[in-house]
Design a protein around this ligand. Structure first.
Ligand SMILES: [Zn+2]
Ligand SMILES: [Zn+2]
Length: 984
């Protein structure tokens, strides 16, 4: 059966056309390597789904609507850091998709990976909840002995075999690789109870199903006795007569208002997935396994030999088609003609291999597995894509493996071989324009088109053969590049035409428009960095760096939430929220040495709430901090304790669940400080305060805010008296104004423009005017607004300031978290940018004495500088206005080109119809012409306009960053249509 499939008997009639294309190669903000496999009806992603993958897809115009399979390669750790964000976005954009014709079910998303993948996703059950997104996780089966790899996936397009390779040390590799994490050194458990393992796996599977495809409904209430519920909780009592529901907040058994513990109450059923308090430890599962894949298309039928058919007495027509479709026919003389008589032989499908080797210790395991492969698996294999780390590509064993497979092409991805080029072209160009206005505040991202961010071997040689010391000229090897296409069927070929030129920001000439210049303040000295300016690393006062300033999902211009606070004089650095890609944003701002210092001094990370856009970057930042502490500490410089991770208890539980995936105890990464608005801070159940630590914080207070379950706003007073308040996501909150009273700096969310009050209320966010109102009521000295929802960069609209009101409803409206279960709504902020009247910012009486800054990604501002920020707003606003005009112009031009193309197609169609009509007339010998009808058709063919050569490409100019269009901001081509702006 397998044999038949291999040789294609089953697939006569199949003719396919498909290719792979690199989405990312390792850079600062896309640390992983992944590719998209492209068929017309479906797409698949292969490789590492590191943080930043989703944003890379957006910037390259790669749509997620048709993704049906994700094949995670390598070792399950945090190489899947971009997976959750990607699935959530897929859940939104695939809403209209159905399984097949006549079905209403959504197509299932299949995710393949190594051991612990199921566990890794189940860890997110406390904050991921979607309905109607069927999803399955398939973990590669790790056998005790190297057996032939098994086929894990087969559909109408491809067949995929998973190759899990085990970690193995040999004398040759023992000292070779320093990059292998400590976790790999620990020995694997052998005392495993198979039946227990399988029960645990099904629990994880059940949880993951519930996270994405549950029939649970938020508004479903169940009846029980108050004593049976975990307090605090909100409960309802139904009036027996009026049938109305009244809600009560019960805090603790001694604080339950008019109720008794025996009262029958109604409660919301909790998310089914969140009821599992702790996952079984994943450390019983195989740890040191790196998964690779072989991907093959189906066998391809041969070509039709018309001459042979004619010699067999067949005439062109339906019989030909039947033969091509694999059917047997009869010729005129009654002879049976089988397809193989007129078709060249069917050939096996072509394919590629993706070998993921996280360190040299996995090479032996991979080699053994490949040796166990039956020959037919390599049949049709045209190329191997190597995703490598550490010293793998420099090892002899690696060269031996290339040598063994010299008949195919080898494409190697490794941080040393892939340069740290700019990945977010639109954002980077925009940052130059802001930098032109005020270089003191707006940084241009760091990049290097020659080297990696932190190369282990400096490679300035452009020749990969030289770098890898490959002497054998028969080995065909080239480095991976984003945009490189690998055509597999019908003809294998590498296509470099879509590799974007590496953007060289330094060489771009983007002069400031006169209209912008006219809006600048008279004295520009506070805004410009000069040779005399102190280094950005030296501080004599606190500095705020807004690393990610967008809401919900990352976009072209704004990454998700993260604010860095740097305190002067060894008082440390602090992160307030840490969305996916935070580490990447830091690397775009600081050199490796500066990063080490920052991370060595990282004293605390505050996570405001567990929406995915606020914390999915935490693990990678903490891991990087571990390495920085290792690198910088020594005999004279003792290693500092890990930073405090401060958030609600669910974040600590998440870390505790995840530790067995990382193979590292939570305490090695962070000091897990649970924080509750009434109970205060605790460390593993014991009361906690900073006096026991090296953290110079005098006071940290939080309040519960109206946004989602467990969301808190925080106010921190440092030992030197500096007071910093951070809202997280919320509706305006009076209690926050109290704890944050007289703050030196308030960073507040302002998701919606003024005028979108309804959206702000429904989504539990603030408008600009509401955020300003909170700052005024708090008597904050400085305000920085962030967490914007707009797709285009522009200034938020401020029309009127709204002071926060005391809203008793907020207190009982417990955790109704509309965002988590509703799908995306197209909100009005998605509409074309409204123009901003900047006068409201400067001239409103209420805000005259408030210093206001508006956050952009990679903006850095010292506290004393916020006062001067407002004077820049007219110039920034004008700059965006001009950009928007240019975009509008491009939209019009693109629309005109598309129209011309449509006209041309219509003209072609009419011309064809006319030709067919003539043919028919001639054939039927009809001489008489219906002149009236003809004139009608000719009128049609005359209509189309010039410009028939113009072609509107699918991705517009977005793929080529150096095109003129890209430099003046490529049109925000959003192949998904309206993006989900719902926060998560
Ligand atoms: Zn948010
Ligand atoms: Zn949120």
């Amino acid at each position: 059966m397998m044999q038949d499939r291999e040789h294609g008997a089953k697939s006569v009639g199949v003719r396919t056309n498909f290719h792979l294309q690199f989405i990312t190669t390792p850079t600062s903000d896309t640390p992983g390597t992944n590719l998209i496999l492209h068929f017309d009806n479906k797409r698949y992603i292969f490789g590492e789904l590191c943080e930043g993958t989703q944003r890379a897809c957006i910037s390259r115009g790669i749509g997620l609507r048709k993704i049906r399979g994700v094949f995670l390669s390598g070792k399950t750790a945090w190489n899947n850091g971009g997976l959750i964000g990607l699935i959530l976005t897929m859940a939104d954009v695939q809403q209209g998709e159905v399984e097949g014709e006549g079905s209403t079910r959504r197509p299932r998303l299949n995710i393949y990976g190594g051991p612990k993948q199921q566990h890794s996703l189940a860890c997110a059950r406390r904050f991921v909840f979607r309905t109607g997104m069927p999803l399955s996780i398939h973990e590669a089966n790790v056998q005790k002995s190297p057996e032939p790899p098994s086929m894990v996936h087969e559909d109408e397009n491809i067949r995929v075999w998973a190759i899990p390779a085990k970690f193995a040390t040999s004398a040759a590799t023992q000292t070779e690789d320093q990059c292998e994490s400590d976790a790999d050194a620990e020995s694997e458990r052998t005392d495993v109870d198979e039946s227990r393992l399988s029960a645990e796996q099904s629990l994880r599977e059940h949880i993951v199903n519930n996270m994405f495809d549950s029939d649970w409904k938020r508004d479903r209430l169940v009846q029980c006795k108050l004593k049976d519920i975990k307090l605090p909780a909100v409960v309802w009592i139904r009036d027996p007569e009026t049938k109305n529901l009244t809600s009560y907040t019960c805090f603790s058994p001694d604080n339950i208002g008019p109720l008794t513990m025996e009262t029958d109450v109604l409660v919301r059923t909790p998310w089914p997935a969140s009821t599992v308090q702790q996952l079984p430890e994943a450390s019983a599962l195989p740890t040191k396994v790196a998964t690779s894949y072989i991907i093959k298309g189906h066998a391809q039928r041969g070509t039709f030999d018309a001459a042979k058919a004619a010699s067999l007495g067949l005439k062109p027509g339906p019989l030909y088609a039947q033969l091509v479709a694999g059917k047997t026919v009869e010729n005129g003389a009654g002879q049976t003609i089988t397809p193989d008589m007129v078709l060249t032989p069917t050939r096996p499908g072509k394919g590629v291999a993706i070998f993921d080797v996280p360190s040299v210790h996995y090479l032996v395991g991979l080699e053994q597995r490949l040796e166990a492969c039956p020959d037919h698996l390599f049949e049709g294999l045209e190329a191997a894509i190597w995703i490598t780390r550490g010293s793998v590509p420099y090892s002899d064993r690696f060269r031996q493996m290339l040598n063994k497979h010299k008949n195919i092409k080898h494409i190697v991805s490794h941080p040393d071989l892939c340069h740290d080029h700019i990945t977010q072209d639109s954002f980077s160009i925009s940052s130059i324009r802001l930098n032109n206005i005020a270089s003191e505040f707006f940084a241009v991202p760091r990049y290097d088109n020659i080297h990696a961010y932190r190369p282990i071997v400096a490679t300035s040689s452009p020749d990969i053969r030289e770098v890898l010391a490959i002497e054998d000229s028969h080995i065909d090897v080239l480095p991976a590049k984003r945009g490189l296409r690998i055509h597999v069927e019908p003809t294998f070929a590498l296509d470099e035409s879509e590799i974007p030129d590496a953007l060289d920001l330094a060489s771009l000439d983007l002069p400031m428009e006169t209209r912008v210049q006219e809006c600048l303040p008279e004295d520009m000295s506070p805004y410009r960095r000069t040779a005399a300016s102190p280094s950005t690393m030296e501080l004599d006062e606190p500095e705020i760096i807004t690393l990610g300033t967008g809401s919900a999902a990352p976009s072209k211009y704004r990454n998700v939430s993260a604010v860095l606070l740097r305190m002067p004089k060894d008082m440390g650095t602090y992160l307030f929220d840490c969305g996916e890609g935070t580490l990447g944003q830091l690397q775009r701002l600081y050199t490796p040495d500066e990063m080490d210092k920052l991370l060595f001094n990282l004293k605390a990370i505050w996570i405001s709430h567990l929406h995915a856009d606020h914390h999915l970057g935490t693990i990678s930042v903490l891991q990087a901090a571990v390495s920085a502490r290792k690198r910088l500490s020594g005999p004279e410089r003792p290693r500092p304790p890990p930073p405090c991770l401060i958030s609600e208890i669910n974040m600590m539980d998440y870390m505790d669940d995840y530790h067995s995936v990382l193979g590292m105890p939570t305490e090695a990464l962070c000091t897990p400080v649970a924080c509750h608005w009434t109970e205060g801070m605790s460390l593993r159940g014991k009361s906690f305060d900073f006096s026991q630590t090296n953290v110079p914080i005098k006071d940290l207070r939080t309040v519960k805010v109206n946004h989602c379950h467990g969301a808190q706003a925080v106010s921190v007073t440092f030992n030197n008296g500096f007071k910093f308040s951070y809202s997280g996501d919320c509706r305006p909150n009076e209690a926050f104004c109290n704890i944050g009273a007289d703050s030196d700096v308030l960073v507040h969310e302002a998701t919606f423009d003024d005028g979108l009050d309804g959206d702000a209320k429904a989504k539990k966010h603030c408008t600009t005017g509401e955020a300003v109102g909170v700052a005024l009521k708090m008597r904050a000295k400085n305000l920085i607004l962030t967490h914007f929802s707009q797709r285009y960069q522009k200034l938020p609209v401020l029309s009127s300031v709204k002071m926060p009101e005391h809203n008793p409803e907020d207190e009982v409206d417990d955790d109704v978290d509309g965002e988590m279960t509703t799908g995306p709504t197209t909100i009005s902020a998605d509409a074309p940018a409204q123009s901003t009247d900047t006068s409201a910012w400067v001239e409103q009486d209420a805000t005259r004495d408030l210093n206001i800054g508006v956050a952009f990604d990679l903006m850095r501002v010292k506290v004393s500088q916020i006062a001067s920020f407002k004077k820049l707003l007219p110039a920034i606003s004008k700059m965006f206005e001009i950009e928007e005009e240019k975009r509008e112009q491009q939209r019009r031009e693109a629309a005109a080109i598309a129209q011309a193309e449509q006209d041309r197609k219509m003209a072609d169609k009419l011309a064809r119809q006319e030709a067919n009509r003539k043919k028919l007339q001639e054939a039927t010998g009809k001489k008489k012409k219906d002149t009236r009808n003809k004139r009608k058709l000719e009128d049609g063919t005359n209509k189309p306009s010039a410009n028939t050569n113009a072609k509107a490409t699918e991705n517009g100019s977005a793929a080529d960053p150096m095109s003129a269009a890209a430099i003046t901001h490529p049109m925000d081509v959003d192949s998904e249509g309206s993006r989900a702006q719902a926060d998560r």
